[in-house]
Design a protein around this ligand. Structure first.
Ligand code: ADP
Length: 243
């Protein structure tokens, strides 16, 4: 009997360890990009110097402030452990998806500028109201933009499109990066799955971003689809029901 108890205890310990690693990876993943953005902002400000760039200087400072606010909020979330809960709380409110999207794009500006990206944002129509969780949907957009940047080697070109048809809102994030081999196009939405390519995975990550995207979209009854060709780029399309 006591052997059995010991064995059970061992299994429990193993599960706890896995859970702990999972939590640590999640937190690390969330903290990485805001820190990188703030670092780029500081570096750019150091190099600006001249008076002509006053507007850009102000804009960059605002972005850094927003990112620091986001970090502070994350720290609070960790402390109140809402990030660690299995059943995460979702707060559904009506929100303007275009406003959220534009805010997220803005936070990427220093990184896009710094890496000389060609960037286009195309919005067709107005009234992009949906019911959703502002923070969590922000994370969805953030993860997709973050990937588009991370996996763009060679042609640095990102297009974001927002439009609507037949009571649905479509959000598309398109890059001309390394692309995703067909065999992996389903799997990458699973936790810890990354496309195994040597030169790619000097890009740091845990394979958690897209799993998070899928989970959050499920909570919103949103859909995500992927079109991609190796070496040519990827298009992630999200669809929401209009409010
Ligand atoms: P991470 O980027 O941290 O590895 P994700 O879950 O966001 O985690 O992505 C899983 C994998 O899917 C990545 O490791 C990468 O191989 C692939 N991937 C995701 N987005 C893109 C993209 N835009 N272009 C090319 N590959 C991508």
């Amino acid at each position: 009997w006591s052997m059995l108890a010991m064995y059970r205890n061992m299994l429990k310990q193993q599960r706890l360890n896995l859970l702990k690693n999972d939590i640590i990876s999640n937190i690390t993943h969330e903290l990485k990009t805001p820190v990188a953005t703030v670092a780029i902002v500081l570096e750019s400000l150091e190099n600006f110097g001249s008076q002509q760039k006053e507007d850009l200087r102000k804009e960059y400072i605002q972005i850094a402030k927003n990112e620091l606010k986001r970090l502070t909020k994350m720290a609070e979330n960790i402390l109140t452990s809402s990030l660690l809960e299995k059943d995460q709380k979702v707060s559904f409110k009506s929100l303007e998806l275009d406003v959220l999207l534009e805010e997220k794009i803005q936070s990427f500006k220093p990184i896009l500028d710094h890496q000389n990206f060609e960037f286009q944002y195309l919005k067709e129509g107005s009234d992009f109201s949906i019911k959703g969780d502002w923070e969590k949907l922000g994370l969805v957009i953030f993860n997709l933009l973050d990937n588009a940047v991370k996996y763009s080697k060679g042609e640095k070109n990102i297009k974001v499109k927002l439009n609507q048809s037949g009571g649905k809102i479509n959000l598309q994030i398109q890059d001309k990066g390394i692309g995703i081999p067909e065999a992996y196009q389903k799997e990458i939405f699973e936790k810890f799955i990354r496309v195994p390519q040597e030169d790619v995975h000097d890009v740091k990550g845990y394979g958690l971003g897209l799993a998070q995207v899928r989970e959050i979209l499920q909570l919103h009854k949103g859909k995500i689809s992927l079109e991609s060709k190796e070496g040519q780029g990827s298009v992630f399309t999200i669809q929401f029901q209009k409010l």
